[in-house]
Design a protein around this ligand. Sequence first.
Ligand code: G1P
Length: 289
Amino acid sequence: MLKPLKKAVMPVAGMGTRFLPATKAIAKEMLPVVDRPLIQYAVDEARAAGIEQFCFVTGRGKMAIVEHFDVHFELERMLEERGKAKELAELRAQALPPGSVTTTRQQVPMGLGHAIWAARSFIGDDPFAILLPDDLMMCDVSCTRQLADAYQETGGNVVAIEEVPRDRVNKYGVIDIEKDMGRLVSVKGLVEKPPIDQAPSNLTIIGRYVLMPEVIAHLAKMELGAGGEVQLTDGMAKLLGHQPFHGLRYEGRRFDCGDKVGFLEAQIAFALKRPELAPQVREFLAKYR
Ligand code: G1P
């Protein structure tokens, strides 16, 4: 019997330097795409996969993220008094059940692997998902749900992967393929941000993972990898040969909201998905051809 997947870790301690000055006083995860902050898309996606417990790995100036998932009584009362039923229903749907949000602090910016290690008490002995909120997913079936379903099939570790043009592989974690089964790929090697000519493939990891708790012991060694940081990819590589490890070609689209152009494209793409906005957005876009 596989342990059920109920926990998700979301690293949100990054400084957001690429979006300065917007991120000087607010967390980059609170930047909205249309009308919802990035973090909300990640939480909704995780909930759609049956995740019930959330751990935000935070840092200074990130408390708005926690506030966002709290109940705001005054606001709710005001909406009620003004008869704003739709807005009220939306707020209530987004509040997470009491006790389901935990935060931990990373304190020092030592890399993604270090951020995940910082959540070790929350993870305990359970499998867990990781969602990097910068990677905004547009999928008919929640990307984390797709990973959770694959985990039920294969057990062990599953990461979401996609093909990227060869000249971009140095920006990602890259997998070395053991066996390509189409949707699923078994993995025999993992390398973080390899030089283009040394990449084992052009199948890259996106910011969605289902991992086994054993990865923590490897991260705890604090070995420094690419960019002089503790890399999650290196910790995961240590699991190879000991536990199942698969890549899943997820169905859907990823927007890199850690990048200005990716973030702008996400605004347009998500607005066009909204029936009440799409016609007007199409109309104004035509002006910029
Ligand atoms: C992180 C991971 C990398 C992964 C990427 C996906 O890199 O280290 O393996 O491919 O997220 O977005 P970062 O974007 O934080 O440099």
